[in-house]
Design a protein around this ligand. Sequence first.
Ligand SMILES: Cc1cc2nc3c(=O)[nH]c(=O)nc-3n(C[C@H](O)[C@H](O)[C@H](O)COP(=O)(O)OP(=O)(O)OC[C@H]3O[C@@H](n4cnc5c(N)ncnc54)[C@H](O)[C@@H]3O)c2cc1C
Length: 461
Amino acid sequence: MFQEGVRTHKVAVIGGGISGLAAAYLLGRKFRGSIALYEASGRLGGKILSNRIGPAVAEGGPDSIVARNSIVSELVRDLGLEDEVVRPRSSKSYLWSRGRLRPIPQGLFGGYPAGGILPLLRSGILSPAGMVRVAAEVLLPRSRIAEGGDVSVGQLVRSRFGDEYRKRIADPLMGGLMSCSSDYLSAAALAPSLLEKVRSSRSVLLSSRKVTGPRQSVPFFSFRNGTGELVKRLAEACSGIDIHTGETVSSVEPGSGGWVVRSGRGEEYFDAVIAAVPAFAASRMLSSMEELSSRLSTIHYTSVANVVFSYRDGDFSPGLEGSGFLVPECEGLMMTGCSWLSSKWSNAEYPGHSIVRCFAGTPDSTGWSLLDDEALASWLHGELNAIVGTGGKPESSLVTRWDRALPQYRPGHRELVAGIRKLTPPGLYLTGAAYGGVGLSSCIADASMAADSAASRLSSL
Ligand SMILES: Cc1cc2nc3c(=O)[nH]c(=O)nc-3n(C[C@H](O)[C@H](O)[C@H](O)COP(=O)(O)OP(=O)(O)OC[C@H]3O[C@@H](n4cnc5c(N)ncnc54)[C@H](O)[C@@H]3O)c2cc1C
């Protein structure tokens, strides 16, 4: 490979989740050498797993993509997926709080009541005492809590709006995607606008009143065949790439002027490596680079599970319009949320049935992992029944368990990632959910940067 004269550059992409697939595809568009992709499991997609119950798409992983950046829209267009796009039918969702499902008012997802306190008051999510504490924020002196650097979303929110707001609103809403209490999450990474407000103004509520103009809703989408369609199309578009599934990479080490990759295929040499695996897997693979490997190992992960139920019509009728609900951990349930898939997505329709997905798992709530699939489904059905009063039993259920699925962006995450990037030698690129965002669109954006960096380095060799 490194012979003079006839040299073709080679790149290894490790990990066949959305990050690895997107990186391989985007690199392949601008790089003329050869690309090999290694995926440890027998299938591509990583956390993306679009199952079926009858004709309905029953997602075991992500069910929606946020069109947050142009790279995602370009990718959808390039892959000819525009006609496959489906959008949620409702953005209305609920919180299970104080014995009832209560509509979530707009403007709460940034960590503070951006829509003012009246909608929050009307929602009844907080007790009268909790509401008084929120309103008292306007009287508090300027906070010094974030002056020394990053803090947790929980600390920040608690200091301004009280602990009930933190438990009943910030935990499920801010921690929802990451299945994690807001006390574990970095404000700089996940609530930057709240952090900025706390730093720059005496009162968050008073400074938020100055914001005018309509709020834009976030454009979520999926595909007719579920998010798995993106994986299928990417894999098809990667036809020039050597894809090795069932191939675990055990180590990546600098050597021979490039990189030595060890897997079941033996030792292979590459000019550049894009590692698109979870941080703990990258830490193992890169153990010869001690400092880098040790920092990667400090990124914690949460294990989660979900069960997709199919109920016969009449056996599930929440009597509410919407896409589902979230459950704050302080309610003491195993369930962290529930998505009414067949109400939310046209791709989850199953005539005569309702398709519903229940989630479990946070860093402090791991009881679900002690139950077998049948017991887990039965438990979550029981909790759902207690909340929405399902009449009968589910006709079928599909359990998906994800071990160490979601990275926790703890306080200091951005500095940690900056340190990791600094320690990463030229020719090695780390990408994936662990670094710049957990959602699919953030993964695609980060993968695109990794592909660009690799392409520009190789063009200069
Ligand atoms: C239940 C659930 C619901 C979610 N819902 C949403 C949602 O609705 N919207 C959204 O935007 N995001 C959602 N997410 C988050 C999102 O799905 C993930 O963050 C994203 O898919 C991660 O992609 P990735 O490629 O970085 O990592 P992964 O998908 O984890 O892919 C990494 C791949 O690397 C492989 N690998 C690991 N080690 C090795 C090795 N040594 N050698 C070779 N291969 C290796 C693994 O087998 C895996 O396939 C959800 C996640 C979960 C778990």
